[in-house]
Design a protein around this ligand. Structure first.
Ligand SMILES: [Zn+2]
Length: 349
């Protein structure tokens, strides 16, 4: 009777695909729903039925999150060499060349600066299509330079992670990037410049174990796989059954590893709120600054997946968010509390 059930549930695509083909229809990897390409694009590449978030490129994230035309790319001249002359099935240099051709990027992270609703920020967006979004010397150097740029300009730093971890083709040079970026993030923190980390599906390995996990605010997309080692390795090591939904955003939110799960259609609005909040908080004298801290704590407490209004553009209707130009002292007030999720119950798969 298996085939009957399959017919009822729909056949699931075996192939995990990230950027969608030019065809008219695509199948959701999670629920098997057939989705009209144009509608999928309107929903920012999320399934209207099960809210599955398709993997998208760094440039698409820039388009979705930042003000149109505001992004200025930086550090594109920093590229990987092949220090170990690494070769397995293929030469590392050939792999890089192919990744460059298929993604149009020169490394696994796209760095630069821009604005969100007029608020300046320094952004580093990882792209999983470039050798699995792996962290190597050039990617680490670009992130390091972005952190320095944030310290210098005092503009908040946003890093969006999508990564399989450190790039083995550069051996220990890749691993060193974890320490390098974190040391600079400590300097960023000392300078009092905010850092927002966004985790998308998947964020694993050395990226989770370094800069992705140390944001002042840590956001994640729904159902994203986030972890260090894969579930199979952990299971073999500890010889125990793993809990349901293990290493997914919803599970990590319950355990306090994340501040909030944000639907892709709400991400721009949420970032705008945070940037406005941090800008207002910086202008406050000390005692009200503590109240600003309480307001941020409320943002964290209101966690939970934000259900997607179908066909909702990210720029539309920022209702519970305080308008720009609100007086700084007003930021911590309850009426300007963070965008709260409508159906806040975190769901596990
Ligand atoms: Zn779906």
């Amino acid at each position: 009777m298996t085939w009957l059930r399959k017919a009822k549930e729909g056949l699931k695509a075996q192939q995990r695909r990230r950027e969608l083909p030019d065809g008219l229809w695509s199948k959701c990897e999670e629920c098997g729903e057939i989705l009209y390409h144009k509608e999928l694009e309107r929903n920012l590449w999320t399934c209207g039925k099960c809210q599955f978030h398709f993997r998208i490129s760094a440039r698409t994230y820039i388009k979705i999150l930042l003000d149109e035309g505001s992004f200025q790319e930086r550090f594109s001249e920093v590229v990987s060499t092949d220090p170990l002359r690494f070769r397995d099935a293929r030469r590392y240099v050939d792999r890089i060349k192919k990744a460059r051709e298929s993604t149009g990027l020169t490394e696994a992270v796209l760095c630069g600066d821009g604005t969100i609703e007029g608020h300046p920020l320094v952004a580093a967006i990882m792209d999983f299509d470039f050798l699995g979004g792996s962290l190597a010397s050039a990617a680490g150097e670009r992130i390091a330079r972005s952190i320095l740029q944030a310290i210098e300009s005092r503009h908040p730093l946003v890093i969006l992670s999508s990564s399989g971890g450190a790039r083995m083709f550069e051996g220990i040079l890749s691993l060193m990037q974890m320490a390098k970026t974190n040391a600079l993030l400590a300097r960023l923190s000392d300078a009092g410049v905010p850092y927002i980390s966004i985790l998308t599906h998947p964020t694993t390995g050395g990226v989770t174990a370094s800069y992705a996990s140390v944001g002042d605010v840590i956001l994640a997309e729904p159902k994203a796989l986030i972890g260090f080692a894969g579930p199979r390795v952990i299971k073999q090591t500890i010889r125990q059954e793993l809990p349901e939904g293990f290493q997914r955003s919803e599970f990590l939110l319950q355990k306090g590893m994340l501040d909030r799960i944000v639907h892709r259609s709400e991400m721009r609005k949420t970032l705008a709120w945070l940037l406005r909040f941090f800008a207002a908080a910086e202008r406050l004298p000390h005692p009200p600054r503590r109240r600003a801290g309480e307001s941020l704590a409320r943002f964290r407490a209101a966690s939970g997946p934000i259900p997607s209004p179908v066909g909702h553009a990210p720029t539309a209707a920022p209702s519970p968010v305080p308008e720009r130009g609100t007086s700084p002292a007003a930021a911590p007030e309850p009426e300007s509390s963070p965008p709260s999720p409508a159906g806040a119950k975190p769901s596990t798969e």
